[in-house]
Design a protein around this ligand. Sequence first.
Ligand code: NAD
Length: 258
Amino acid sequence: TRTYVVTGAASGIGAATARLLAERGERVIGVDLRDADVEADLSTREGRLAAVERVAELSGGVVDGVIACAGISAPIPATISVNFFGVTEVLEGLLPALRASDAPRAAVVSSMASLQPVVPAMVEAALAGDEERALAVAAATAEQGPELGYLVYPSSKRALSRWVRRESITEAWAGAGIPLNAVAPGTVITPMTAALLDNPEGLAMVDAAVPMPLNSHQPAESIANLLIFLTSVENTHMAGQTIYDDGGADATLRGDDI
Ligand code: NAD
């Protein structure tokens, strides 16, 4: 039995991942705001530290896989805190427990949105580990209205995919034998997208931004199964990738531009 930490385990992709892992007989420590083994607010540093501490207690100091799904898509500054720092600081905090495993693995959830326009200053501040500055740029952006505020989400995901790419090959991760990768979903049917997919205008907007010629909108399990592979013993050599599991949206939008 392997021990997995799944953030965002109370809903959507995280809930599907936790359920599928449990069905395979793995041990899952779920982290979320509520309805989880570890209840913590990953938008704050204190919440992240508390979550890491509690996971260390519950796991006995050995974690085999970390799957970070917690995220929000609102056009507000907190989106950079949850989606970037709520992932990277938890992963870094869990490194000692991962290093104690025979076959440690980590995977995070990025997004197709990582390919959309971003605010470069926000991405740079996040990658510099400067949450205060990232929040200030996000606040200045969101103040200009919801359309610009929306840029906080793609900025958070671009920064996350880039962080995975950079970190995966360092001493801390590759050097410790820990594959670190990201999955970029297309449009997944979860509570995050329910309201948008429920009205014709929202649906048209989503489908224009994320065209999915293969099988259209995806169930949370399609992403969960890939996250489970990435954090399985079998994944020995994949590092730093953002894998677009998106019904062909990336192939449609980027075409030959890779
Ligand atoms: P969801 O809203 O169903 O689940 C997200 C979970 O994260 C919730 O349980 C929520 O409570 C938790 N969470 C939010 N803020 C938190 C905080 N401050 N502290 C702790 N937990 C917190 O959404 P989902 O669709 O399952 O999204 C999961 C991930 O997938 C997110 O990172 C999201 O950005 C990404 N994603 C989703 C889609 C999609 O179409 N649904 C597409 C691309 C990427």
